[in-house]
Design a protein around this ligand. Structure first.
Ligand code: ATP
Ligand code: MN
Length: 255
């Protein structure tokens, strides 16, 4: 009770209006002091104008809708008290971009947040459709909101389409994986129907959730690539895609 009140006061102090009150429970779990401090900074800079409702509560992060400077934004907040930092460490430690970070939970999470920002940036530069990253602050990643009127685009796993459209999406996803590999020198590492949004306007895929994406130097990059390929081929079987993992692997690595 008292704790919620304190949080409420803190959130109020941030002058971030809560547009709806459903997220009180979520608020309590996510908004520790470090996170409040980060939100405060983002609010002062004008990057976050008003906090909206919760979009998703994942294993390691919560995603909220918010008003940004000019447009709707998505706020991904990594929980510092999350349980799977061992595995975060595994992904971070093989990455030369993060070779000198301190090995405590907080710093790992902050580095992880920056890592997702940079991965999204590299993907975007390689011509892949991803939510454009805007900034990071501690454990918070701000990116463009991919959706319409406050409603996020559907995940690939939740849409029903004709085989032909499915095959078109498949081709684009493989093209993205190729660009990601050859131009951005990254492997997504958690690619599946759960991390692909579909823009209903033109049914193009949008790749999300790149915190775990690794550079090609990572000792397990090839293993992650093979797993991504398997996930994608498994899912697209329903749209009568019958390519072999070997041929896709070759296509992705083709210079
Ligand atoms: P974790 O693996 O740490 O639990 P996660 O899977 O919860 O991460 P994401 O996949 O990045 O995190 O996002 C969760 C959900 O939030 C997505 O499935 C999607 O519905 C929504 N989402 C994420 N980013 C955006 C965005 N930029 N615009 C709209 N919706 C988004
Ligand atoms: Mn995800």
């Amino acid at each position: 009770e008292g704790k919620i009140k304190r949080l409420d006061n803190s959130v109020d102090k941030l002058r971030i209006k809560r547009k709806d009150s459903d997220s009180l429970k979520v608020t309590e779990n996510v908004f520790d002091n470090a996170t409040l401090k980060a939100l405060y900074t983002l609010s002062n800079k004008g990057i976050v104008q008003a906090l909206g409702g919760s979009i998703s509560t994942g294993k390691e992060a919560n995603v909220f809708l918010a008003d940004g400077e000019e447009e709707e934004i998505a706020i991904k907040i990594y929980r510092i008290s999350s349980s799977s930092f061992r595995s975060m460490e595994d992904y971070i430690l093989g990455d030369p971009r993060f070779s000198n970070i301190r090995h405590n939970k907080r710093d790992i999470v902050f580095a992880w947040t920056k890592k997702e920002f940079r991965n999204l940036m590299r993907a975007k530069q390689a011509g892949i459709r991803v939510p454009e990253p805007i900034t990071t602050e501690r454990n918070i990643l701000i990116m463009k909101f991919m959706g319409e009127n406050g409603k996020p685009y559907p995940l690939l796993k939740d849409i029903k389409i004709e085989n032909e459209d499915g095959q078109m999406i498949f081709e684009t996803v493989i093209d993205y994986m190729h660009k990601l590999y050859v131009d951005a020198n990254l492997v997504h590492g958690d690619l599946s129907e759960y991390n692909i949004l579909i823009d209903p306007e033109d049914i193009t895929p949008i790749i999300i959730d790149m915190g775990q994406s690794v550079t090609l130097e990572h000792p397990r990059a090839d293993q992650f690539l093979k797993r991504d390929i398997e996930n994608i081929l498994r899912y697209f079987k329903r749209y009568k895609v019958n390519e072999s993992p070997e041929s896709i692997y070759a296509r992705i690595k083709e210079p």
